[in-house]
Design a protein around this ligand. Structure first.
Ligand code: ZN
Length: 444
């Protein structure tokens, strides 16, 4: 059972009665029905890539781990309706491939796409690098099939674009982290497949310049802007140090970087627009230096720098993580202020901010001081959290932009969420899971 009892960050280790691997939605319902009668807690699990401990059973040893990995069928692809229905255990990469085989595009994209699953993506309302263009998982599903605590299957599946018949149950289950029901399948939106792509990597002075650049590119690229990611030099330096085969794409080091991707539908259109926008941005002093990928390989190498950020930090030792959102306009202020307060309290700690600037979502990670003891550093988790989240709160931000709440941020949620909203969430939970068997200890 051990692969199902730990998680990628090694923060949570659970125990379980057993791991069950049903093959059909009906079997999932039957399992929930039995657990509901016997009072056994259920910990639903997809690809086990979550970053907040939402997929790990608690330490009681009384839980049933419910793995959805064998529900792995693509049920239907309807290219004319721009929709496909897939089961929860289909990996994100498999879903992307199924869309492509029908000459369509499924835009959700994350570093873990080879192993994370659609069920987990839905349960956590995953975001990733194309939210700026397509939204997060809540925006990408037309319907879901859910096994309820009492064993019944509830379905909003189907390719309907308009269905104004009451509460939005689809969106209620998405992001509920397995606490209201177990998602067994979903109908996902498909999009036209981009036929040209341009990826640029730019060296910047500071986050204020990144904000100006973002607005400049938005104004010129419009809906072809597909990703706008930023990272500090501290993050890129760790990637270059720890990830084999990476190299600095620019001649000189810069304090900040942006990775910008455009995608368009006519051959060569994104490349043409990308070259023009880049030249204009350099002219307008919105970047210090820039390079535009000239091949798919080069584009892949630039993306690898961004996607290796977490792995590189892991190899550097202990890292205290924050997945926060503030209004896009406040990003420079947030990064400056969080850095200032951290330096005051922990002069040796190393902030490594990076992430989805276009969505106002920064992964504000703090790496341990060079040579420090990892466990000793990680013991300061709550103190460092309090500093970073304090700034987030002052700016009207969120303590979880895309990773969810899980076990990691449950107590923080209680302190930060609007009390009436929390009461409404608890009322919904009690109505759909009266015996409290669904992922107890997670989210609420
Ligand atoms: Zn992210």
């Amino acid at each position: 059972m051990s692969p199902y009892l730990g998680e990628p960050r090694d923060l949570y280790h659970g125990r379980a009665l057993c791991v069950l691997k049903p093959r059909t939605a009906r079997e999932v319902g039957d399992i929930l029905s039995l657990c509901n009668e016997s009072g056994a807690p259920v910990a639903p699990q997809g690809g086990n890539t979550g970053l907040v401990g939402g997929q790990t059973p608690d330490a009681s040893g009384a839980s049933v781990v419910l793995s959805l990995e064998r529900l792995n069928q693509i049920r239907a692809v309807d290219a004319d309706a721009d929709a496909m229905t897939v089961e929860a255990g289909v990996t994100l990469a498999q879903a992307q491939d199924a869309a492509q085989a029908a000459d369509r595009f499924f835009p959700l994209s994350l570093a873990s796409e080879g192993s994370c699953t659609i069920g987990g993506n839905l349960a956590t309302n995953a975001g990733g690098v194309h939210v700026i263009a397509y939204g997060s998982m809540r925006d990408l599903a037309l319907g879901v099939e859910v096994a309820l605590a009492d064993g019944r299957l509830l379905s909003t599946l189907g390719a309907l674009r308009k269905d104004n018949t009451g509460y939005d149950l689809t969106r209620l289950f998405i992001g509920s982290e397995g606490t209201l029901g177990v998602i067994t399948a979903a109908t996902l939106k498909l999009f036209p497949r981009p036929r040209s792509r341009a990826v640029a990597f730019l060296g910047l002075r500071d986050p204020a310049q990144a904000l100006k650049l973002l607005n400049f590119v938005k104004g010129r690229a419009g809906p072809t802007l597909n990703a706008f990611e930023v990272a500090s030099r501290s993050g890129l330096a760790l990637v270059l140090r720890h990830i084999p085969g990476t190299r600095d794409p620019l001649a000189q080091p810069h304090d900040w970087y942006a990775l910008v991707e455009l995608a368009a539908f006519a051959d060569g259109e994104a490349e043409r627009a990308g070259a023009e926008i880049l030249a204009a941005a350099l002219d307008a002093d919105l970047a210090q230096d820039a390079t535009l990928a000239q091949s798919l390989d080069q584009a892949g190498a630039l993306w690898k720098l961004r996607e290796s950020m977490s792995e590189a930090q892991k190899r550097e030792g202990g890292s205290i993580k924050h997945d926060v959102a503030v209004p896009v306009s406040e990003i420079p202020h947030f990064i400056e202020e969080a850095g200032r307060r951290l330096r005051e309290a922990f002069p040796q700690a190393r902030p490594i901010p990076f992430g989805h600037m276009g969505d106002g979502n920064i992964h504000y990670n703090v790496s341990q001081p060079v040579g420090a003891d990892k466990a000793e550093f990680l013991a300061r988790w709550a103190e460092i959290n309090a500093i970073v989240h304090g700034v987030v709160r002052e700016l009207g931000g969120s303590i979880s932009a895309e990773h969810g709440i899980g076990r990691l941020k449950r107590d923080l949620l209680r302190e930060t969420k609007d009390p009436a909203a929390l009461d409404a969430m608890r009322a919904i939970k009690a109505a759909l899971d009266p015996n409290g068997i669904l992922n107890p200890g997670v989210l609420l």
